[in-house]
Ligand binder design. Structure first.
Ligand SMILES: [Zn+2]
Ligand SMILES: [Zn+2]
Ligand SMILES: [Zn+2]
Length: 422
């Protein structure tokens, strides 16, 4: 058995807001540079995307492969239901995709530009039944985000999926949560966690910014299903952003990004007094509301969660430039990846001295990142959080003090005094 690094939530070029570069040849090439072995096809219910996939993928022993870059694809996609909850699902083959398309036609427009992720005029229970009847598996996408997620609209998986809840074997965590937060909710402990990028563009600071390392005999649907349903210990690693980097981690205004405590947001009726924007409840506060446990506790099969920062982001910080797409960042990225084989190798495995031979500043930042000398200005209200990688232990301690008001989700709203301030 081999371990595969898998990104199981992405979108093709027919989804809304995606890059025209979201096509199989580019995706496979970028996946290889990132170090990913398996991608989801995404948008499998869309007629034109289905044809595109059939043209570029070769079927081999139940697996679908892009041959030029040796990248595997598992067929799947994302659906929005009548309650605005998103689900991701996986299917065994193209026949089951056509079969499911037939069944879902009556609930939604499935084709045309912007319909890669269709909105179905039916609920989660029905959708889960139809996907499973077609041989597939399904679970909630980015389960905690304040828009379009199971826990933003329901208090439990059971409330959302009804009689199908027992058939839900996995949860996609999304960028604003990690295993620590997700396992605070008791019912999540029975389920596998998937960490995926939800990428809308193929560049490696998006594609694979979160991924799951899974042990499989071969990288195909039947193995994935077996792992998620019965052999969860074969999920070897969840990898993703620190939840504080997620754009909905803290409770904050969606216009001026001022952070609030839930108590003050309730008093203010979720209206920001500074700019009249709407205050959005953060993932952290939503999870703490539903939490049964109040300290770290995991089921035995749960793997480690490795917090990672995309390499281009680290290079940007090391070189002190503003733009991640600048020539300086891109050429350094390309050099490192071509020498060491993939982004994941550079971030996780290659010895620092070898990276230093190519670029000392970047080597230093990667070393600090591996030693966990990273602070985060927590995100919220739709604004991504920001990592600060400190070059030494002293700098780390100093910055921690200096920035204590913007790290974590501390409310920055000073309109109401807390008890301690009187
Ligand atoms: Zn979604
Ligand atoms: Zn998506
Ligand atoms: Zn505001």
């Amino acid at each position: 058995m081999r371990q595969f690094d898998c990104d199981l939530h992405i979108h093709g070029l027919y989804s809304g807001g995606t890059s025209n570069n979201m096509v199989v040849p580019t995706l496979s090439k970028q996946a290889k540079l990132k170090g990913l072995h398996v991608l989801v096809s995404g948008d499998i219910l869309h007629k034109d995307w289905l044809e595109h996939l059939r043209k570029h993928l070769v079927e081999e022993d139940g697996c679908f492969k892009e041959e030029e870059n040796n990248v595997y694809f598992i067929l799947g996609g994302e659906i929005n239901d009548i309650n605005n909850v998103h689900h991701i699902f996986f299917l065994p083959d193209f026949n089951s995709a056509y079969e499911l398309r037939e069944k879902l036609q009556k609930f939604a427009k499935l084709d045309g530009q912007g319909f890669g992720r269709p909105t179905l005029n039916t609920n989660a229970e029905n959708i889960a039944q139809l996907v499973i009847d077609s041989g597939g598996i399904i679970g909630p996408a980015h389960a905690f985000t304040p828009y379009y997620s199971v826990f933003s609209h329901f208090n439990s998986i059971k409330d959302c999926y009804g009689s199908m809840a027992e058939e839900i074997h996995f949860i996609e965590l999304g960028l604003s949560a990690d295993s620590y937060f997700a396992d605070l909710i008791e019912e999540n402990q029975e389920r596998a966690f998937l960490t995926c990028s939800d990428a809308h563009s193929p560049w490696p600071y998006r594609l694979g910014r979160e991924f799951t390392r899974i042990e499989m005999k071969k990288p195909c649907f039947s193995e994935l299903k077996k792992v998620l349903e019965h052999e969860k210990e074969r999920i070897k690693l969840n990898v993703g952003l620190d939840p504080r980097e997620g754009k909905y981690h803290c409770t904050a205004c969606n216009r001026c990004y001022t952070k609030y405590s839930v108590e003050s947001a309730i008093k203010l009726n979720w209206r920001c007094p500074r700019c009249k924007g709407t205050i959005k409840k953060g993932v952290r506060d939503r999870i703490l509301e539903l939490a049964k446990f109040h300290s770290e506790i995991h089921p035995e099969f749960r793997p480690e969660y490795l917090h990672i920062i995309p390499l281009a982001e680290i290079i940007k910080l090391a070189l002190g430039v503003e733009n991640i797409n600048s020539q300086a960042v891109q050429s350094t990225w390309q050099e490192l990846v071509s020498v060491f084989g993939s982004e994941i190798a550079v971030l996780v495995d290659v010895p620092i001295v070898e990276i230093a031979d190519i670029n000392e500043l970047v080597a230093k930042k990667i070393e600090s990142f591996r030693k966990k000398r990273v602070l985060y200005i927590a995100g919220g209200g739709g604004k991504y959080g920001e990592p600060i990688i400190c070059d030494s232990e002293e700098e780390f301690e100093l910055k921690k003090l200096e920035l204590k008001d913007v790290l974590e989700c501390r409310s920055s709203f000073k309109g109401q005094k807390t008890l301690n301030e009187f």
